[in-house]
Write a protein of this length. Sequence first.
Length: 282
Amino acid sequence: MVRRRESIYFFLFRFVAYVAVGFLVLVVLLLVKLGADALSLTFLTKPWSHRDIASGGIIQAIAGSFYLGLGIVVVGVPLGVATAIYLVEYSRENVWKRIIELAIQNLASVPSVVYGLFGFAVFVNLLRFGSSLLSAVLVLSMMVMPWVITAAVEALKSVPRRWRESSLALGASRWSTIRRIVLPAAMPGIITGSIIGLARALGETAPIIIVGATFYMNGLPTSVFDKFMTLPYHTFILATQHADPKAPSYAAATAVVLIGLTFCMSVGAMVLRTLYRRRREW
C-alpha cells in the first residue's frame, strides 16, 4: 500500500514537471515560428531603424539589457550577499534581526512598479541621477536584493557549524573563516539565487520605463547617466503600439533573444555551481 501510494506521488510529480517543461517548449516554439522571418545575424548586430524596422536590428536593446545585468551583478548581488553574511554570521538573535528578516521577506513580494515609483522619487528626482541607466540599475538592484539575500542566507546556514569551529580553533579570524571556508561552500546556493533574481530583473518592464528606458535611441549608451533600450520594453512596444505590419514578428524575435539570453545566464550559473561543488567536495 505504501509503495503504491509512493508510486502515485512520484507519477504526479513527474507529470507536473513534464507539463511545465512542455509549456516552456511550446512557448519557445510558437515565438520562434512567429519571429522566424525576423531572426538573422543582421537583426542581432545592426542598430534599430525606427522608420523601416526590417532594415535594422536590436543591438541597442541587447546592449542595454547587458549593461543592466552587469550593473545588477556589480551593485545588487554584492550588497545582498553582504547583508546575508551579516544576518547569519554577525547579528544576534533579537527582535531587530527578526524585523529585518520580515522586511526582506515582504520586499520580495512588492510589485515591481512600486520599485519603479520609489526609484523615480529617490534616484531620479531627489538624488538627481535623472532618467538614466544608473537609476535603472539601482532600482533593479533593490528589486533583486531580497531574492539574493534569502538564497544567500539559506546557503550560509547549510554550511556545517563544525567547519567554522574547526577554523576558529586553528587560530583563523572570523572574517578569514567566512572568506576561505564558509563562502566557497555556500557559493553554489548563492549563485543560483542571484541568477534567479537577475533573470527576473532583466525581464521587467514597468520599473525601467519609469526611470529611464526608451524605445528608440541613435546609438549605445556612453555614460551611466544616458537613457537606454532594453529587450523587454522593446518587445512590449512592438507587440502593442507599433504600426508596422511586421512588428508582431519582430516582437516575437526579440522575445526569443531575451529567452536565449536568460537561458545562457542560467547555463553559466549551473557551470559555476558545478565547479564550486567539485571544489567543496575536494
